[in-house]
Design a protein around this ligand. Structure first.
Ligand code: NAD
Length: 341
């Protein structure tokens, strides 16, 4: 079986559901169910005997040791993290706790487990760490997209904590020989994301006829990847990635936050017309986020050429699919903060 951490969150739950739909291999899913993890994200696999959910924290070494000893996973996919940049600015300690300390405790437990395996199993074992494009920091407007060799330059407590975790993962490979893989994904679009994040939050605001507040001038550029494409990349990297190697995972669909929200407004005008006028009338601008990066962009040639992965979902399809899911699940928008950026 495989062990997935953070499998009740946005990407983790999409990954677990996707995995079980495509493979018979069981999943041990360890998640602390913080505010961002939602048990309903796993409703479709709740009664699946191949899915074993454990409510627990990656910092709980005794729990990790017990789970690893009894289930003996052949791979660990590490997605558990605090993930919201704004929260990291308001309260960095939780990010250092889960992302840095948590990754360190997990690595120690996994290394101890890995060392008990017979040689062929040790060789086949993989620890896949799910990181972000944000560790590369702010890219100047004309700079080429970041390759995996781009220097680390994280700007927010969130990206700094992810960068620290990345370094720990690389050190466990170099020092102890643990067969690790790291992926750097861009922003994901898809169902089941917690309502505080940009896309669900803008949907919630627009449906309520409330302002759509964008940071600064709204021209921050992001690469938007359908979560299904991300899940396919994780499966492929797990299957064929070279231990110690890092892989960028992006779509090449770059949009400013303003363009993204405008596209969302256009879709909403079609699906849920507002008698008061086009939803874009609600777009406004607020003081910029401190340390806000202007641009992220990823060079994805490595994963495309070495592993044959390519994104399949066009941007408009990904956005429309995401919007439709939230329109069908309005209860999942209720947690969106009512005002402010
Ligand atoms: P999320 O916040 O939706 O989910 C994180 C999950 O981790 C939650 O279910 C939470 O309960 C769990 N968790 C948090 N701390 C934990 C701990 N100490 N022990 C056990 N479980 C814990 O996040 P997401 O958007 O699904 O992101 C998943 C991973 O992908 C993260 O590592 C994130 O940095 C990375 N990532 C996300 C994006 C994106 O666009 N969402 C992009 C690139 C990388």
């Amino acid at each position: 079986m495989i062990l997935v951490t953070g499998g009740a969150g946005f990407i983790g739950s999409n990954f677990v559901r996707d995995w079980l739909a495509r493979s018979d291999e069981p999943v041990l899913n360890l998640d602390a169910l913080t505010y961002a993890g939602h048990p309903d994200n796993l409703a479709a696999v709740r009664d699946d005997p191949r899915h074993l959910f454990v409510h627990g924290d990656i910092r709980d070494r005794a729990l990790l040791d017990a789970l690893l000893a009894s289930h003996r996973p052949r791979a660990v996919l590490h997605l558990a993290a605090e993930s919201h940049v704004d929260r990291s600015i308001a309260g960095p300690a939780a990010f250092i706790g889960s992302n840095v300390v948590g990754t360190g405790v997990l690595l120690e437990a996994v290394l101890a487990h890995w060392r008990t395996l017979p040689a062929p199993d040790r060789e086949a074992f993989r620890f896949l760490h799910v990181s972000t494009d944000e560790v590369y920091g702010d890219l100047p407007p004309d700079a080429p997209p970041a390759t995996e060799d781009h220097p680390y330059a994280p700007s927010s407590p969130y990206s700094a904590s992810k960068a620290a975790a990345d370094h720990l993962v690389q050190a466990w490979h170099r020092t102890y020989g643990l067969p690790v893989l790291t992926t750097h994904s861009s922003n994901n679009l898809g169902p089941r994301q917690f309502a505080e994040k940009l896309v669900p939050r803008m949907i919630a605001q627009a449906l309520a006829g409330r302002p759509l507040p964008l940071y600064g001038d709204g021209l921050q550029q992001r690469d938007w990847l359908d979560v299904a494409d991300h899940c396919a990349a994780l499966r492929r990297v797990l299957e064929a990635g070279r231990p110690g190697r890092r892989y960028n995972v992006g779509s090449g669909h770059s949009r400013s936050n303003l363009a993204l929200v405008q596209a969302l407004c256009t879709l909403l005008d079609q699906l849920r017309p507002d008698p008061a006028g086009p939803h874009a009338r609600l777009i406004g601008f607020v003081a910029d986020r401190p340390g806000h990066d202007r641009r992220y962009a990823l060079d994805t040639r490595r994963i495309r050429t070495e592993l044959g992965w390519a994104p399949q979902v066009p941007f408009d399809t990904a956005l429309a699919r995401t919007l439709r899911w939230y329109l069908d699940h309005p209860e999942r928008l209720a947690a969106a903060p009512p005002a402010g950026p």
